[in-house]
Design a protein around this ligand. Sequence first.
Ligand code: NAD
Length: 429
Amino acid sequence: MLQRSRVESADASLCEAASPFERVQERIGAICEPMNIDEGIQARLRKCERELVVNFPIRMDDGKVKIFTGFRIQHNDTRGPAKGGIRYHPDVTLDETRALAVWMTLKAAVVNIPYGGAKGGVICDPKIMSQGELERLTRRYASEISILIGPEKDIPAPDVGTNPQIMAWIMDTYSMNKGYSVLGVVTGKPLEIGGSKGRFEATGRGCMLSAGLAANHLGMGLKEATVAVQGFGNVGMAAAKLLAKEGCRIIAVSDSRGGIYNPKGLDPESVLRHKTETGLVVGFQDSETVTNAELLELQCDILVPAALEDEICKANAPNIKAKLIIEGANGPTTAEADEILGDRGITVIPDVLANAGGVIVSYFEWVQGIQSFFWDEADVNEKLQYIMTKAFEEVMSISQHEKVDMRTAAYMLAIGRIAKAITLRGIYP
Ligand code: NAD
């Protein structure tokens, strides 16, 4: 089945890709075979454990009732409660949500935190909804999926189109139905209601840390490295800001409506101010406008795709000039593109490792909420760095030992851990 890659604007993507879920199933199969993973375990990993589809009404501001469709998928919870974000976007599909849930299971296992994987989404366009409509949609969706979520079962977090305010509404809705405040039901909450210091920029910080570790391995370092970032949202903006602090030159950034380029460097904080005022990055002073397709092919040292899936594919992989790709987004590179990039000697730090900073600090937030004991930002960042560095070195060691790329190595590490847990637990009854 072919599914069109998403395009939010006239700034069209070049890529058409197979279903993300089929793609991740194929990858799992290809990695399990040489590892001699038991067939029953492989079959379990190729399916999602629980899938909930909800169709629910919301009264819009004009008084009309509109029906929305949402999903919550738990892929596998063998290693701990299921964990994963909630996406609000017009192109959300069941298939995409399944793939995102699988990547969450793998990610938690790569960085060895005690979670399984889940994901949720609602087909909607938050950019054209009022705050009132968004609040009503969030509270109703949270009630609809409340049969699955809970601090011991499944813990949502922000993803594309959602933010700390939306997490606050989910926490409040769940808490009102329980009759007491349940901090551990979501992560990525505002600090005032049990959020963790450092969570907001944790995914970007993880990208910066993996870029630093990878750049050291490549003998290039971060100082003066040129960087292009696709997607100036939670992940891309924080990654750009933190990479700039490490001495990188951010030469291009983009959002769904196009990108900006200045070979001398852009100041991410000023770009953020411009985006907050105007709603776009395009139009920023002293910059040239580029399309998202052009941004991916710019001459730079490090490329950070931090938007959506399937942006790097066989059509543009031959033209990518970066030496290093840090996958801030989930699933930004197709399998065909991976092969082309590998043959061209471009190092890809895969999503399940590069963007794991978010789930790691979500784990810290959940632990802090359960213990009602909150940490300093320095503690959070230090523990994040420790876990990211350990995971990076483990993946790198498999990559070097088995002579495989970093994605294959990360999947091997994760699948080995999940398969061991499944074997130890056995099959009930
Ligand atoms: P976000 O909604 O905050 O930002 C997404 C950004 O991408 C926006 O600026 C949007 O305009 C831009 N965008 C959308 N389509 C685009 C396109 N075709 N080309 C260029 N830009 C486009 O979302 P986010 O939370 O930053 O998530 C971005 C990616 O990172 C997603 O793949 C998400 O699954 C992944 N991720 C997020 C987190 C997290 O903690 N938020 C953690 C891990 C992975």
